[in-house]
Every structure is written in structure tokens, then in C-alpha cells.
Design a protein around this ligand. Structure first.
Ligand code: ZN
Length: 139
């Protein structure tokens, strides 16, 4: 069982910072009711999934190669150990409806073991059987 309960209501602002409600932003993806059409949508919903401790979603949207090097319990441990404070999308390249690959550069703010942290990443996303997956970070 999770050690903390996600406390974001569906009508609350989406944690990804989109200015939409959670129910009209990342939640339908995380609940499996629809699939992100763009790499940025997947990026945002994966960030939100860390807050909601939606471990299965994080797992299912990760590349098979990454899954070999990790486990759901590793992901859960990481997600639970952080207070997720905000997401800022800096830039995107491709990753749109008709693309097969895309890059998203972002900063995620979080607190870990009492320390404020800033994770800056350029993420590669690729379509697999029509669905966007998070492949890896670049450099
Ligand atoms: Zn969102």
C-alpha cells in the first residue's frame, strides 16, 4: 500500500501546470481512457503520474529496454520519496500527431530528503504501435 495518499481532486488544477483541470488534462491518460497524442502530453502525464503514484502507468509508458533495468517497486519508491512541486516545459521538438519521435526539454521541481531539487532533462519519446513511449533522456 502507498505510504501517502495522493490528494489531488479531479477538478483541481492539473499538477503538470497546464492550467486545465486534472480531469481534463492528464487523468484520462493515466486512467487509460485515452492515449496521449503528443510526446508533450505523455511527458506531462508521466510527471502527474509520479504525484498520483500511478506506477502502472509509468511502467506501461516506459520503453521495454528501461523496464529491464528497473522495477515497479523502484519506481514507486522513487515517486514516494519526493514531494513533486512543479513542472516546466522548456521546449519541444517534433512529437506531434504525425511524428514517430519527439524530444521534450523540461524542468521538474521536487523536494527529496528535505532538499529542493531541480531535474533538467531532454527526453526522447518514440511511438510504438501508435502509442508514445518514454525512451530515455539525452545526454
Ligand atoms: Zn496535466
Amino acid at each position: 500500500m502507498p505510504s501517502k495518499t495522493p490528494d489531488v481532486e479531479p477538478q483541481s488544477p492539473c499538477p503538470c501546470g497546464s492550467q486545465k483541470s486534472l480531469a481534463h488534462c492528464c487523468l484520462p491518460y493515466i486512467q487509460g481512457n485515452s492515449w496521449p497524442e503528443t510526446a508533450e502530453q505523455l511527458m506531462r502525464s508521466r510527471y502527474t503520474a509520479h504525484l498520483l503514484l500511478a506506477i502502472d502507468y509509468l511502467w506501461d509508458t516506459w520503453s521495454p529496454e528501461q523496464r529491464l533495468r528497473s522495477s515497479k517497486s523502484d519506481i514507486r519508491h522513487w515517486a514516494e520519496s519526493c514531494d513533486w512541486l512543479g513542472l516546466q516545459i522548456l521546449s519541444t521538438r517534433k512529437g506531434l500527431v504525425n511524428d514517430q519521435e519527439g524530444l521534450v526539454e523540461f524542468i521538474a521541481l521536487y523536494r527529496h530528503k528535505g532538499q529542493f531539487q531541480q531535474h533538467h532533462e531532454l527526453s526522447l519519446f518514440r511511438r510504438n504501435l501508435g502509442k508514445w513511449l518514454y525512451i530515455d533522456h539525452q545526454g
